[in-house]
Design a protein around this ligand. Sequence first.
Ligand code: PEP
Length: 252
Amino acid sequence: MSRTPYIAGNWKMHLTKRKASSLARDVAEFQGENPACKVAVFPTFLHLDYVRRNLKGSNVILGAQNCYGKKEGAYTGEISPYMLRDMGVKVVLIGHSERRHIFGETDTMMSDKVKITLRAKLDVMLCVGETLEERESGKTFAVLARQLRALKVVKTSQAERVSVAYEPVWAIGTGKTATPAMAQEAHAECRRLLGDILGAQAAATIPILYGGSVKAGNAAELLSQTDVDGALVGGASLSIHDFGPIIDAATA
Ligand code: PEP
């Protein structure tokens, strides 16, 4: 089963409105030359509208880095997926390790976010991955199984709007990357677990992206693995000089 390569840039808490707008134009132009690759960018909430305007006319997908697991209400400081849809957002990143580990977000919260985001007719990119301690104590697969359980709320008709990003926590922003074999092993396990949760058809079609210090120099080898369908890129997504070659590697 061939899956469309998917490259996503997580801009985290970086850039100004001017720089985010300019980077959006660069990504739009680059993607135009690589139409075979699905490309998404995740700016801060504050920059969404600037980025949306600068992506206009392109196929680059506008994503948000987070959302709250409720439609509306007295939740000061939070943002609902319905508000994100209203702003032109198409996909929401859920469960990024920085949300889990810095902000203490739980698996129950992830499951609420998945449910409401899909109900708001947006796509979900669920991030999963083990810490170094969990890997070293042989718990990687158990962590993946626990975190992927957030997808139990997905209905069969919604599965085509789901993607998964496997991001070993120890590889995010550290310069340490999983070896291609380590990535493949974890991706294959994620796909097997997706089969248990959502069925064989969904497991075969859901894109699983790798994230963790992906750069121009290591992208091709990671992306050549059978179950690695794309990359979620942090640091190297902040300039087209670094991000462009990763898009190229996905379509080579
Ligand atoms: C990320 O933020 O999801 C990420 C993988 O970051 P980096 O590429 O900088 O490791």
